[in-house]
Design a protein around this ligand. Structure first.
Ligand code: PKZ
Ligand code: UBL
Length: 265
């Protein structure tokens, strides 16, 4: 694959932009088997971006990768500290997995084009109703096309040494499609990467793929509980991987619902 041979025909045959264009692109007819083509493009992007770690001197230590070996689709959620997460993403990205991204990234020139060709689904974060419509379409398509979906539930980059409260879209998606949620946690980058301190040296990133959380039988009213459960598990793992204890961070007490029932056993 020469990059231009790959990009140009795709760009010329791109559909007109609409909120579901990633999916309509997957379904476009220029490719004999469009899903295979999209997966193949995604694999090429992955293999290129994975080489960046050698340039930046980053090492990844991954555990639990076998958790991705499940039959059928799932929603993968992970913490989001910086643009470096893209290298971490490509380190473990399973085949047939698309990512949810803010629509502004589509206009990043060649990077936006490459994301588009890789099947990224763009949402308008400023419009909940628009994002909800796109996500509902995704729930249906991920089942039809056996696609995994990767979401950053914090909804924005956050390098402050903790996780931000999770947005609920990923969990609505998992419950609507009745597919498991697989949490993935990356350790803190703060010891080697900090734009505020103008620090960027080589370093090691620990990545842990956690046990899938089943959603079979869960309903819309369970979204908040599922969101909090996943948040607690990921936050605790984040602190452990980053060498901080839960107690030191006030995590000894599990969250409770309005009736005082502990949500996380
Ligand atoms: C060489 C070059 C290399 C190139 C290399 C390429 C690399 C290719 C890698 C690409 C990689 C991309 C990486 C991108 C990284 C980002 O762009 S991260 C930013 C974009 N992603 C996200 O924002 C995802 C997370 N956000 C969400 O899921 C949010 O819930 C939404 C859907 C945006 C909505 O936002 P919101 O309104 O602010 O949030 P939220 O409080 O969750 O929801 C409000 C209400 O709506 C309800 N709601 C939310 N969603 C739903 C739903 N789906 N159904 C029903 N109700 C819903 C909630 O339940 C809530 O109601 P209550 O329960 O409070 O009553
Ligand atoms: C000095 C550091 C240089 C690091 C270079 C690392 C190379 C990374 C590999 C791929 C290149 C480009 C992929 C671009 C994708 C950008 C994803 C991203 O991080 O978007 C931000 C978005 O989620 C949330 O936006 P806000 O935090 O709300 O605004």
């Amino acid at each position: 694959y020469l990059p231009w041979v790959w990009v140009l025909p795709s760009a010329c045959k791109s559909p007109s932009l609409n909120q579901n264009y990633s999916w309509s692109f997957l379904k476009s007819s220029w490719c004999v088997n469009e899903t295979v083509c999209s997966r193949e493009r995604s694999r090429i992007i992955k293999n290129i971006v994975r080489t960046f770690k050698y340039i930046y001197g980053l090492r990844f230590e991954v555990t639990g990768l076998e958790k991705f070996q499940i039959e059928g689709p799932c929603v993968i959620v992970s913490n989001h500290q910086s643009i470096l997460d893209m290298m971490g993403l490509m380190e473990i990205l399973p085949d047939g997995c698309v990512q949810i991204a803010k629509k502004e990234l589509l206009y990043l020139g060649p990077v936006g084009l490459i994301m588009y060709l890789g099947g990224v689904i763009f949402i308008n974060r400023k419009s909940t109703s628009n994002a909800k419509t796109v996500m509902s379409g995704v729930a249906q398509t991920m089942l039809e096309e056996n696609v995994k979906v990767w979401v950053y539930p914090e909804g924005t980059r956050n390098g402050n040494g903790d996780l931000l409260p999770f947005k609920k879209g990923a969990f609505h998606l998992a419950i609507q499609a009745q597919v498991p949620v697989i949490p993935v946690v990356y350790s803190s980058f703060s010891s080697f990467y900090s734009p505020a301190k103008k620090l960027f040296i080589s370093g090691k990133i620990q990545v842990e793929v956690l046990e899938p959380i089943e959603t079979k039988g869960l309903k819309t009213e369970d979204v908040t509980e599922l969101t909090e459960k996943c948040f607690c598990i990921m936050r605790e793992t984040f602190f452990r991987l980053s060498g901080r204890t839960s107690e030191a961070n006030g995590l000894a007490q599990a969250p409770q619902n309005q009736e005082g029932v502990v949500l996380l056993a």
